[in-house]
Write a protein that binds this ligand. Structure first.
Ligand SMILES: [Zn+2]
Length: 442
C-alpha cells in the first residue's frame, strides 16, 4: 500500500512538471512568436518627380525586432517588372543601406514605379515573418534640355559685361552662363526666352574665358552650349597706396570690435584689407541673388553729377607702410569725388536691397536693377533709404562720406553682376548699352 501511494504521488509530480514545461514553452513560444509583429522600416531618397539614369537612389531598411532577412528592389513600367537588386542578409543584420540607379535596367522615358521589399526574421505569420512593401513613383527623363542661343556678337571687355539670350526645349530648374568657376544665372522672360547677364571677370586670364550656356532639367540632365564671343583686352592701371599712421589711427577704430586681438593697427589693417574684404565680397554674391527676374532699369545710366574720377576699375593696388610693401588688392569700382556730403543718386531705376554698415564699404546702399545687375554706393556719411524702397533714376539715396576703408570723402561706385564686380564705365556709354545689352533683350 505504501509503495502504491508513493507511485501515485510520483506520477502526480511528473504531471505537474509536464504542465509547467508546457506553460513555459507556450509562454516562450508566444513571446518569440509575438515578439516582432511589425515589418522593417524602409526609406528611399530622392523623393520627387523627375529622375534620370544618373540619379543615385539611396535605400535604407532597418528592423529593430528580429533583424533583416531579405531585400528586393524592382522597377515596373507599363505592367512589366524589371529586377534591380535582390539579396539575402546574414543573421544579425539590423540595418542595411544600398545605392542603385536606373542605368542598364532597360526602362523607357516616362512613368516608372520603384517597388522596394524588405522582410525580417520574425516567426510571426506562421513563420513567414513581416514584409514591408513600398512603391514610389517617378518620371524617368534621360534627355538633356536642348539649348538654342538667340543672341549673336558677344564682345566683352576684360572686366566688363555682356548679355546672352537663349531658349531651352523644356523647363529648366537652373540655367545660365558658366565661366570657369563663375556662374551667372539666367532668368526666364515673359516671352519664354531666357536672358543672362555675365562678365569677362577682371581676375580671369583670356585663355580661361570660355563662356558656355548651361541648362539643367528637373531630372538632373545637363547640357552645355558654346557661344560666339570676342574679347577686348584691357591694361589695368597700377596704383601705389601709402598707409600712414594718421590713416590707421583714424580708420581702424571702427573695425576693432570685429578683430579685437590684433597687436598693432597695421595688423588690424591687413585683417580688414584681406579677410573682411573677401568676406564682404562673398556676401555680395548672396545679395546678388536677391534680384528681379526682369530688367528694372530703363535707358541710359547716370554718372554722379559734377564729380571727378579719382580711381578706376581694376586698378592693381600695392599698399606700402613705412616704405615697405604690405599688401596687394584690386580696386573693383570707380571712385568719384565732389564736394563733401554730396547728394548721391541712384544710377537707374531699381529697388534697394541693402542699406546698412557693410565692412570695408562703410555705410553702403545696394540697388537692384534686375537680372542680377546691382549698383553699390559706399563710404556714405548718411543713408536716406531703406531696403525695399523703390527708386527712380536720379533719386537721392544718401550723402557721400568716408566711412569704411576710405581716406577721404568720395563715392565708391560698384556695379555688380550676380555679385561679381564689373567696370561701371560701360554703363555710362549709351551706345555700348544699346549694342551689348538692350538690343539683346526680348
Ligand atoms: Zn573705391
Amino acid at each position: 500500500m505504501r509503495k502504491l501511494k508513493r507511485r501515485k504521488s510520483y506520477s502526480r509530480g511528473i504531471g505537474k512538471l509536464f504542465v509547467l514545461i508546457l506553460l513555459i514553452v507556450l509562454v516562450l513560444g508566444s513571446f518569440f512568436y509575438f515578439r516582432d509583429m511589425t515589418g522593417p522600416e524602409v526609406s528611399l531618397s530622392p523623393q520627387g518627380d523627375a529622375v534620370s539614369t544618373s540619379t543615385v537612389f539611396e535605400f535604407r531598411t532597418e528592423d529593430e525586432g528580429s533583424g533583416l532577412r531579405s531585400i528586393s528592389i524592382l522597377a515596373t513600367q507599363n505592367g512589366v517588372e524589371k529586377a534591380i537588386r535582390a539579396l539575402l542578409l546574414d543573421e544579425g543584420a539590423m540595418k542595411h543601406d544600398l545605392a542603385f540607379s536606373l542605368k542598364d535596367v532597360g526602362l523607357k522615358d516616362g512613368q516608372v514605379n520603384i517597388v522596394v521589399r524588405s522582410a525580417d526574421r520574425s516567426i510571426f505569420n506562421f513563420g513567414a515573418g513581416n514584409t514591408t512593401v513600398k512603391t514610389y513613383s517617378f518620371l524617368l527623363d534621360t534627355k538633356p534640355p536642348r539649348i538654342s542661343t538667340l543672341s549673336t556678337a558677344h564682345n566683352l571687355n576684360h572686366g566688363g559685361a555682356g548679355l546672352v539670350s537663349y531658349r531651352i526645349s523644356e523647363p529648366a530648374i537652373q540655367s545660365g552662363i558658366q565661366v570657369g568657376d563663375y556662374f551667372f544665372p539666367g532668368y526666364l522672360q515673359a516671352n519664354g526666352d531666357y536672358v543672362a547677364l555675365f562678365s569677362y571677370p577682371y581676375d580671369m586670364d583670356e585663355a580661361d574665358f570660355i563662356p558656355k550656356v548651361v541648362a539643367e532639367d528637373a531630372a538632373g540632365n545637363r547640357n552645355l552650349s558654346g557661344i560666339y564671343f570676342n574679347t577686348i583686352e584691357k591694361r589695368f592701371k597700377k596704383d601705389r597706396i601709402n598707409i600712414s599712421d594718421r590713416f590707421l589711427d583714424s580708420k581702424m577704430p571702427q573695425f576693432e570690435s570685429l578683430f579685437p586681438n590684433e597687436a598693432s593697427n597695421l595688423d588690424l589693417f591687413l585683417r580688414v584689407n584681406r579677410d573682411l574684404r573677401s568676406e564682404n565680397r562673398a556676401r555680395l554674391g548672396e545679395i546678388g541673388a536677391q534680384t528681379s527676374p526682369s530688367p528694372l532699369w530703363s535707358g541710359s545710366f547716370i554718372r554722379q553729377p559734377q564729380s571727378a574720377t579719382r580711381s578706376t576699375f581694376g586698378d592693381r593696388r600695392t599698399y606700402y607702410y613705412q616704405g615697405k610693401k604690405v599688401d596687394n588688392q584690386t580696386h573693383l569700382g570707380v571712385d568719384l569725388a565732389s564736394v563733401k556730403h554730396d547728394e548721391i543718386v541712384s544710377i537707374n531705376d531699381g529697388e534697394v536691397v541693402f542699406a546698412d554698415f557693410f565692412g570695408i564699404y562703410g555705410l553702403c546702399v545696394i540697388v537692384d536693377h534686375g537680372l542680377g545687375l546691382q549698383s553699390l554706393y559706399s563710404h556714405l556719411s548718411q543713408i536716406q533709404v531703406a531696403a525695399g524702397d523703390v527708386l527712380n533714376k536720379g533719386d537721392i539715396l544718401g550723402l557721400s562720406g568716408m566711412t569704411g576703408m576710405a581716406g577721404g570723402d568720395h563715392l565708391h561706385l560698384g556695379i555688380l553682376i550676380s555679385g561679381i564686380p564689373v567696370n561701371p564705365v560701360e554703363w555710362w556709354d549709351n551706345k555700348w548699352i544699346e549694342n551689348n545689352i538692350d538690343s539683346k533683350l526680348p
